[in-house]
Design a protein around this ligand. Structure first.
Ligand SMILES: Cc1ncc(COP(=O)(O)O)c(C=O)c1O
Length: 374
């Protein structure tokens, strides 16, 4: 059954009359319509920021820049949210009826899909990745089997590159799910780490072709702006409209959107690209150094993100959570170097996930690991 928006979206969301804010009617002149405070902010903020006024609810300027940057035909394809975490929650609220519908995830994957599903009383179907030899690829035939067997699945979450796998999903595998005729829900591709792939790999431009595709991205990673909480969903204008109608009217603050707009100017994009290149270099160097330690079995996944997943082994050469946990704790508590223990994730026994840092940070890390991993 092909995707139809009116069947996919929850009926109460589809019939929603969006909140009409004061700025939707008029946005210039003497503004006495939104119960703002004309006396100004209680701080020394630059008056040009107009922090006493509500922000643009539509983020028009930011969406125009994003469309240009991501090669998407129009700002109408965008939703701007408070981090990409807002898009994850919003997608679940828009497409899944609490207590009835489900999402499909492919573990090991980003934990917020399950957290948001649980908060919204939405079920979770798990179709694990193929984790053989740290390959971390989706198994389209298994996903299709699950979708055909359970019509209450409304969203398939694909994390590409994955967290914690660091591995890009093959385009042909994503297509296979998007084109599966027995599924009439949406496919959400989470591209939080997409700019760290060496080849341009985003499927955002596919949103002009596939009405059932939602791509989420963020300024938290490649742009180094986790503190401003700006994430985006790119999807056909019909779904984007539903997202924009459902969000809180002024979800993105004036300060956050100002910084995001600055980052998307040519100088900001150049800086992002140059930082990404440095991260690539540090990623390669860190992998080479880690592989030399006797207690490292190897690096799992394809390293398409700004972290690496290193598998540690015990004296017998077996991947070992107890050992990995002891290294993790020693690093954090004695050496004040914090990485992430991921050993409980499927296919990740004995694994630590290490975010790529600066050369100086790696130097300290590697000195400590040299003591711990001999
Ligand atoms: C795969 C993935 N998606 C989304 C996010 C959330 O990012 P944001 O900061 O945009 O909310 C993260 C954060 O770590 C992530 O790893």
């Amino acid at each position: 059954m092909p995707f139809t928006l009116s069947r996919a979206v929850r009926p109460n969301i589809l019939s929603l009359l969006p909140y009409r804010c004061a700025r939707d009617d008029y946005d210039s002149g003497i503004l006495l319509d939104a119960n703002e405070n004309s006396y100004g902010p209680a701080t020394e903020a630059n008056p040009a920021l107009q922090l006493e006024r509500y922000p643009d609810p539509h983020q028009t300027e930011l969406k125009k820049l994003l469309a240009g940057f991501r090669g998407v035909p129009s700002p109408d394809y965008f939703f701007v949210g408070v981090g990409s975490d807002e898009s994850i929650d919003l997608a679940i609220r828009v497409f899944c009826q609490p207590g009835k519908d489900k999402i499909l995830i492919c573990p090991p994957t980003y934990g917020m899909y399950s957290v948001c599903a649980n908060i919204n009383d939405v079920g979770i179907v798990k179709v694990p990745l193929d984790v053989t030899d740290g390959k971390f690829s989706i198994i389209p035939s298994e996903i299709k089997k699950a979708l055909a067997a359970d019509k209450s699945i409304k969203i398939v979450f694909l994390c590409s590159p994955g967290n914690p796998t660091g591995t890009l999903i093959a385009e042909k595998d994503i297509k296979e799910i998007l084109e599966f005729q027995e599924y009439d829900g949406v496919v959400l591709v989470d591209e939080a780490y997409i700019d760290f792939c060496k080849e341009p790999s985003s499927v955002a431009s596919w949103t002009t072709k596939y009405p059932n595709l939602i791509v989420i991205q963020t300024l938290s990673k490649s742009f180094g702006l986790a503190g401003i909480r700006v994430g985006i969903a790119i999807t056909n204008p019909d779904i984007a409209r539903v997202f924009n109608n459902t969000k809180a009217p002024y979800n993105v603050s004036t300060l956050a959107s100002k910084v995001a707009i600055e980052a998307l100017q040519p100088a900001g994009i150049a800086k992002m690209n140059s930082n990404v290149q440095q991260i690539w270099k540090q990623r390669d160097d860190l992998i080479a150094a880690l592989n030399k330690f006797p207690r490292v079995r190897g690096i799992l996944g394809a390293n398409d993100a700004n972290f690496v997943v290193v598998q540690l082994v015990n004296e017998k050469g077996e991947p070992d959570n107890e050992f990995a946990l002891s290294v993790y704790k020693r690093l954090a508590e004695t050496e004040k170097i914090v990485v992430r223990f991921r050993g409980m994730e499927l296919g990740c026994t004995g694994c630590l996930r290490i975010s790529i840092g600066t050369e100086a940070e790696h130097k300290v890390l590697l000195e400590k690991l040299a003591e711990l991993l001999q």
